[in-house]
Design a protein around this ligand. Structure first.
Ligand code: EPU
Length: 302
């Protein structure tokens, strides 16, 4: 979607927004897939509520892009603009075992910054790509740690009311790759409670998580992490692998040879290719095991 109206563009500038016209979201997602739209980089958080209201008044639909690492975006001209929070310094501030992380901070970097302050507890998350805000919304998890279990407080912009809120941990529910935030809440930051540990011990835990991840996941290929959630007590990757589907492809969208629940873009895959691959694999799993796999990846396809 292109914002043609010069008055709207001028207003956005006043609200501290950098408009990047006609960005390819393929350049903003780890899958390297996604069509074009105007990208609004939010540089001044204090005007965010006003910005949202301004877009609503102008009838401009929008979505919020975090790290783009768990996302499959439609091809072609997209029917909404995309907001993206610029990183805001300081992105990490530490007080005892409590750490405040800005939503736009990179999750892996947050883990290593905390490690340098002798704070552990999130070592398993070190290789999970994406932003802190995105990780929180999805309740990202790996190697026994889910970020939701560490949360004390979340700062967010409640779009329904346009208010800035500090939400206590007890008011948020986290489940397996889900949280109770409203779809249009904008997460701005989070306070976590970490564990004080010697630096060397944290580094060793980080190293162990990295070794496991490198051995089992296609880290040097374009992917969105796992495509499907694991069914209770089972592994989607193993189910797909047992069907002999590693290497199965639609165009340039392929089931990873290394981990069957990672679907990779090996060239110029389109969203349509990836969706077709998802559908075919889901059908095969259903026909063989009677199990309906549910996507873990977020779809921006309509
Ligand atoms: N397996 C296979 N073939 C495969 C893949 C896996 O046989 O192609 C087997 C493995 O040998 C293992 C079992 O399936 O016995 C489980 O595999 P793995 O340890 O790789 O874990 P997973 O359940 O596939 C989950 C998360 C990952 C997370 C890892 C490590 C989901 C959907 N996936 O994967 O998260 O990194 O555990 O904790 O919950 C993500 O969220 O995007 C993601 C990648």
């Amino acid at each position: 979607m292109r914002l043609g109206d010069p008055r709207l563009l001028e207003d956005l500038k006043q609200l501290g927004v950098e408009v990047r016209p006609g960005e390819r979201l393929a350049d903003w997602t780890s899958l390297g897939i996604g069509g074009t739209t105007d990208l609004l980089v939010v540089r001044e958080r204090r005007y965010l509520s006003e910005l949202v209201q301004r877009l609503r008044r102008a009838g401009v639909p929008f979505r919020l892009l975090g790290g783009g690492t768990n996302l499959l975006v439609a091809d072609g001209e997209l029917p909404w603009v995309v907001l993206h929070l610029a990183r805001r310094e300081p992105t990490v501030s530490i007080s005892g075992p409590h750490v405040w992380l800005d939503a736009a901070e990179d999750l892996g970097r947050a883990v290593t910054t905390c490690a340098r302050a002798n704070l552990g507890g999130m070592e398993g998350l070190v290789g999970v790509p994406g932003s802190v805000g995105g990780a929180l919304r999805m309740n990202a998890g790996a190697y026994g740690t889910e970020i939701g279990s560490l949360v004390r407080r979340v700062e967010l912009l409640r779009m329904a009311t346009g208010t800035l809120e500090q939400v206590e941990q007890s008011a948020v529910r986290f489940g397996y790759r889900v949280s109770s935030f409203a779809p249009d809440d904008i997460i701005l930051g989070v306070e976590l409670e970490l564990v004080e540990r010697p630096y060397a011990e944290i580094v060793e835990r980080i190293r162990a998580a990295n070794v496991k991840r490198r051995a089992s996941q296609p880290l040097n290929q374009k992917s969105a992490g796992c495509i499907f959630k694991n069914p209770p007590g089972l592994s989607a990757g193993r189910l797909i692998d047992e069907l002999g589907l590693k290497g199965f492809r639609v165009g340039d969208a392929m089931v990873s040879e290394r981990h069957a629940n990672f679907f990779v873009n090996v060239g110029q895959a389109s969203c349509a290719d990836m969706l077709r691959l998802i559908q075919l694999v889901r059908e095969r799993v259903y026909r063989t095991y009677g199990i309906e796999l549910e996507e873990e990846v977020i779809l921006w396809v309509n």
